[in-house]
Design a binder for this molecule. Structure first.
Ligand code: BEZ
Length: 212
């Protein structure tokens, strides 16, 4: 199934290292990251999962729950988590789905047969509290993902939802942002952006990051 931005993230129930997860109920009112790992006991995945564990506070501050997927079974995951904790000097504190029947991998189209017929690629789905898919990122198995970029995308999405702004090229937290073109009423602009804004072109208006 092709999943597109704005689609409702498919619901599922699957076993995990923290018990059975009914996905929509588990996410509740949180944002969620669902991300796949080609398989257990692989080096790049080991570093990614360790780094994710170290970002627990950063995800919690953003009201994001993290859920990993790998197409191996629970017993394998549990042994692998021991290796991750040992080698990455951390404690894996989020669930890993035991997707040996590929229920979730197939539902989210995480196996790209022309890349590999059995292993998942590195998919990331960023899902909002309304269960909508807001961003997807796909990397090959050989390239570890940049989790600072994942946090940056979440920050951008949450700013858009909260303040009707978009983020420009290479934006980082604290940089100026762009007022969405649909906002045109001068009174509303004054109210929403009390720090003021600069009009470079009618469609390109810059304002300080509203929540800083
Ligand atoms: C890894 O996670 O290290 C990996 C997995 C599949 C292919 C290449 C690397």
């Amino acid at each position: 199934m092709t999943l597109r931005l704005g689609d409702i993230a498919p619901d599922f129930t699957q076993q995990s290292t923290q018990g059975e997860i009914a996905f929509h109920a588990w996410t509740g009112d949180s944002w969620a990251i669902l991300y796949s790992h080609p398989r257990d006991f692989t080096p790049v995945c080991t570093t990614e999962l360790g780094y994710t564990a170290k970002l627990a506070d950063a995800f919690a501050q953003r009201n994001v729950k993290v859920l990993a997927v790998s197409v191996d079974d629970l017993e394998s995951h549990q042994r692998w988590v021991g290796d991750i904790n040992e080698t990455q000097n951390t404690t894996v504190n989020f669930p890993i789905l035991a997707d040996s029947d590929r229920k979730v991998a197939d539902l989210y189209d995480m196996i790209h047969p022309n890349a590999n017929t059995t292993l998942t690629v590195r998919s990331v789905f960023i899902i909002d509290p309304a269960k909508k898919i807001r961003a997807t990122i796909t990397y090959p198995a050989s390239t570890g993902r940049n989790f600072e970029e994942i946090l940056r995308v979440i920050d951008s999405l949450q700013l858009t939802d909260g303040y009707s702004v978009a983020t420009p090229v290479n934006w980082e937290d604290g940089d100026d942002v762009i007022i969405v073109p649909s906002l045109q009423d001068p009174e509303e602009l004054k109210k929403r952006f009390p720090k003021g804004y600069t009009t470079i072109k009618p469609y390109l208006r810059i304002t300080p990051q509203p929540n800083r």
